[in-house]
Design a protein around this ligand. Structure first.
Ligand code: CO
Length: 168
């Protein structure tokens, strides 16, 4: 099982490389995605994970779809479903921003308030190599911006004006 790297690790500070489109369906990438989902499932609070967080400097992130729903459903025992974004690019954002509270699995024990665009339009490849576009708002829009920052070597603490620590 891959450990989630913490902020001192220099891999988190690299600009991750694109995955060659013909490699998306390779065993190597399938294995990395499986390692990502396994690592994320182990974190009860985790909603998303970027490949650099388990040591792969590649432009891949996953979102735990069940966690996007309301609390009640999040507790249910339904099967975990992951959204996979490979080589994601933000095409458009709303002008409107919201100040949101954010944490990160690579920054245990801290959270901060961050300005994030309210809506984003993103394009990416899925795990089958298919191109897709999707619009997102609310929590998913925030997650997409946070994860793309990871792919660019940026952690939310670089952007927060208001860092707080909490006890687990
Ligand atoms: Co994070």
């Amino acid at each position: 099982m891959k450990k989630i790297l913490q902020k001192e690790n220099s891999i988190l500070r690299q600009v991750a490389k694109e995955v060659a489109v013909k490699e998306i369906t390779s065993l190597k990438i399938k294995k990395i995605i499986k390692e990502m989902t396994d690592a994320l499932i182990k974190e009860p609070e985790g909603v998303a994970l970027a490949a650099p967080q388990i040591g792969y400097s590649l432009r891949i992130f996953i979102v735990r779809k069940n966690k996007l729903k309301n609390e009640e459903n999040a507790e249910s025992k339904e099967k975990e479903v992951f959204l996979v974004f490979i080589n994601p690019k933000i095409l458009k954002t709303s002008r409107k921003k919201n100040l949101l509270k954010e944490g990160c699995l690579s920054l245990a024990g801290v959270y901060g308030e961050i300005w994030r665009k309210e809506k984003v339009l993103i394009k990416a490849h899925d795990e089958n190599g298919n191109k897709f576009q999707r619009g997102a708002s609310g929590l998913l829009a925030e997650i997409i911006q946070h994860e793309i920052d990871h792919l660019n070597g940026i952690l939310f603490v670089d952007k927060t004006a208001n860092l707080k620590t909490y006890e687990k």
